[in-house]
Design a protein around this ligand. Sequence first.
Ligand code: PAF
Length: 283
Amino acid sequence: MKICRTEDELRKTRDAESLGGAPIGFVPTMGALHDGHLSLVRAARKANDVVVLSIFVNPLQFGPAEDFSAYPRDEERDLRLAEAEGVDIAFLPSVDEMYAPDRSTTVSVARISEVLEGKSRPGHFDGVCTVVAKLLNQVMAKRAYFGQKDAQQAAVVKRMVRDLSIPTEIVVCPIVREADGLAMSSRNAYLSAEERAHAANLFKSLKAGEAALAAGGGPGDAEAAMRDVLEATPAMRVDYAAAVDPETFDEALPGGPVLLAVAARVGPARLIDNLLVEAKRRT
Ligand code: PAF
């Protein structure tokens, strides 16, 4: 596995590895790799000749009161895991390498970025879009892999790629869960044993929302059912419990698919999760 720390090194290494234009699969991450990330690497490995993984904790997507400095970092472990999964190129740029001091461009996707995560974390999606646009231009992959765990991020990135004609296909891979249903997340590392046990109720709330829809309820009933579970959980502070259209993140269309999405604080961690309920599973 080649390790590149500058854009120049990345471009040269990529050109050498992808001789003749062999397809590149790209997995952008902020490190602290877990099985969710590794499932993206495996999907990339299966469908492409060259796999590039980036590790960059992007300061632009953290708010001033968020966990940028506390975000878990373990480069050695991440590189070991990446190599074991057959990553060809690991790209680990510094903040200075990515952002010139007089950087003056921000990529912003309107509307879909302004609800749920965008409302709770102002500026977050501008930071995500700006770095993802830059990484996609640096890597020039045929396909880039994102997790459904960050459903709104995936939808926002898809919209950006479409609107800007970025020639990379965005592939969204399923959420990987622990045995009790908790979605894998680098932020789970912040939880004490007790908080970790309570955190499983995020998934339970989604299942309650799904049951409300299956029983013939509408999005409002699903939201109430999810909120009931979350609010009854000790140490949990609900941010939102929403039932929305999975593509636009606006109100769900009558009889259409519904994305159930929740966000809550559990101790020091802000966790999110979601569940897609297809139209056929609604009565
Ligand atoms: O999902 C993440 O880890 C990040 O938001 C991403 C896509 C790597 C951009 O920094």
